[in-house]
Ligand binder design. Structure first.
Ligand code: MLC
Ligand code: AMP
Length: 505
């Protein structure tokens, strides 16, 4: 009887009074209490008719109950599908429908909007608010505090994480128990985690970074987390002396550097600062080292692959690189045209293979076949090179993607919405440099003949359709879009022309 992910992350801590989480109000949740909560929720899932392999979507604010919902899904063999809290009801409907969810867990505020789709799919609808109130916990709290763990194998799915696509349609990346467990174990070892570690957790728990990297590594090591509801730089600086590790997106580090009280003394108890999800400027790495004496450890990953490379814990952390392939992970650089492997220091597309690489896109065999080769290598869509010492450098993207504050935004999805607005002939969405977020979104609009669409009216009209973080920070009317001989919009020209369109740099 086994469930590898549950056994290694959770079950081995049964009965431990040691704190797993320290919450912002100073209270703690022990491993034992957390596991009891997870068991109660697991009972509720099975009593609601969910079976192994069924999908559960969760769009809920960060809380210890929300994390226990993840553990409960693993224990009950249910596939966990966490969703960004910023998504609109329109966006949510797609994920729920596409995944065929059997249970929808959401904040009480959006329950009415999701009730029709729950009814249509015959799915249960439960609410979970940030303070732990709502129907989920009301029903779960009366359940037994032990649950017979459902058998699963390494190959069985543990999670489905949606990632937008270049065609504008989001794809569900199928992650198996083995994908998640192998990566958690590798990272814990590489980054020398021990039960004495205290991770300062300020990331959202609906993405790979905050859920699988930060949380799974903590759990597999038997360490603890200071669990903050969201990123707040003052709070981070204040709590830093109580922690030993911080994981964040580059925006965390630029904001820390902007904070007047953040200095060497504040950072002295931290043994490891990790950055990922977006490029960390070499300049930020150097400034951080000057200010604190710490070299940020940059690593590289994706929703589809978990983590692929990491700068070394011991050894040179090379600014502007994402380090070396993790043990068990193969990284190669290939020619985008021919697929041939390229020699060192030659720029091409980055491909990865290993136990971390996902099982394919949910119900999209053609897309899976286009990106996941028969030999197991996944074509990441990132461009880069491997230098003579084996360090991987990410130098661009072969996919039209903007990364803003660590969130991925696919221009195509936004262009489809803009193009549908009255008076718009066509649009192009690009990322421009942004001091705080790395990149930010702007939209260039071409008016239909005889029309003069107003940027403000368009912004108003897209509010309910696109999550706020995806909405352009500026819409600019242009007479036409530059195109190449193949009629493809030349975004590189637009990026250069509008690089100062948002004044933050
Ligand atoms: C918030 N806003 C953003 C934004 N985050 N806009 C663009 N890009 C973002 N990333 C907007 C809100 O909609 C709001 O708009 C305003 O900014 C303030 O909101 P906030 O919630 O107060 O923002 P803030 O706390 O400043 O958030 C910034 C942030 C956050 C960087 C802390 O975005 C964040 O936690 N990012 C981490 C994302 C992450 O976990 N990525 C990992 C993906 S996994 P308005 O107009 O309403 O005021 C992955 C794989 C891997 O990539 O390798 O890890
Ligand atoms: P996501 O789909 O949200 O998982 O984002 C994955 C993408 O984030 C990768 O394909 C990269 O383009 C980018 N990414 C992640 N980590 C890094 C990093 N350290 N440096 C540069 N880009 C990164």
């Amino acid at each position: 009887m086994t469930n590898p992910l549950f056994d290694r992350l959770f079950a081995r801590h049964a009965g431990e009074s040691k704190p797993l989480l320290r919450l912002v109000d100073g209270t703690t949740v022990s491993y034992a209490a957390f596991l009891s909560l997870a068991a109660q929720i697991a009972h509720l899932l099975t009593q609601s008719g969910l079976q192994a392999g069924d999908r559960l979507t969760a769009q809920v604010q960060k809380s210890h109950e929300a994390l226990a919902l993840y553990a409960a899904c693993v224990q009950a063999g249910v596939v966990f599908l966490p969703l960004n809290v910023a998504y609109t009801s329109e966006e949510l409907n797609y994920f729920i429908e596409d995944s065929g969810a059997r249970m929808i867990v959401c904040d009480g505020k959006v329950a009415a909007a999701l009730s029709p789709i729950a009814t249509r799919l015959g799915a249960s609808l439960e609410t979970l608010n940030q303070d732990g109130t709502g129907t989920l916990m009301e029903s779960a709290r009366v359940m037994p505090e032990a649950f017979p763990t459902v058998d699963r194998s390494s190959e069985d799915l543990a999670a489905l994480l949606y990632t937008s696509g270049t065609t504008g349609r989001s794809k569900g990346a199928m992650l198996s128990q083995g994908n998640l467990l192998s990566n958690a174990e590798t990272l814990a070892k590489e980054w020398q985690f021990t039960p004495d570690d205290v991770l300062l957790h300020a990331l959202p728990i609906f993405h790979t970074h905050g859920l699988f990297v930060a949380t799974n590594v903590t759990l597999v090591s038997g360490a603890s987390m200071i669990f903050l509801p969201q990123f707040n730089v003052d709070q981070l600086v204040g709590l830093m002396p109580d922690a030993t590790v911080l994981m964040g997106v580059p925006t965390f580090y630029t904001r820390l550097l902007d904070h007047p009280q953040f200095d060497r003394h504040r950072a002295s108890g931290i043994r490891l600062f990790v950055s990922g999800s977006a490029p960390l400027l070499a300049e930020t790495h150097v400034q951080f080292a000057d200010r604190t004496g710490h070299h940020i450890l940059e690593r590289y990953g994706m929703t589809e692959t978990n983590m692929n490379t990491s700068n070394p814990y011991d050894g040179e952390r090379r600014a502007g690189t994402v380090g070396l392939p993790l043990p068990g992970v193969e990284v190669m650089v290939t020619d985008p045209e021919t697929g041939a492997t390229l020699p060192e220091n030659t720029v091409g597309q980055i491909e990865v293979r290993g136990p971390n690489v996902f099982k394919g896109y949910w119900q999209m065999p053609e897309k899976t076949a286009a990106e996941l080769r028969g030999n197991g290598f996944f074509i990441t869509g990132d461009l880069g090179k491997i230098d003579e010492d084996g360090y991987v450098h990410i130098l661009g993207r072969n996919k039209d993607l903007i990364i803003s504050g660590g969130y991925n935004i696919y221009p195509k999805e936004i262009e489809l919405v803009l193009d549908a607005q009255p008076g718009v002939l066509e649009s192009a969405v690009i990322g421009v440099p942004h001091r705080d977020l790395g990149e930010t979104v702007i939209g260039l609009i071409v008016a239909a003949p005889g029309q003069s669409p107003g940027p403000e009216q368009i912004m108003e009209a897209i509010q309910g359709t696109l999550a706020r973080f995806k909405q352009p920070r500026r819409l600019i009317l242009v007479p036409e879009l530059p195109r190449n001989a193949m009629a493809k919009v030349q975004k590189n020209i637009l990026r250069e022309q509008f690089k100062d369109a948002v004044h933050t740099v």
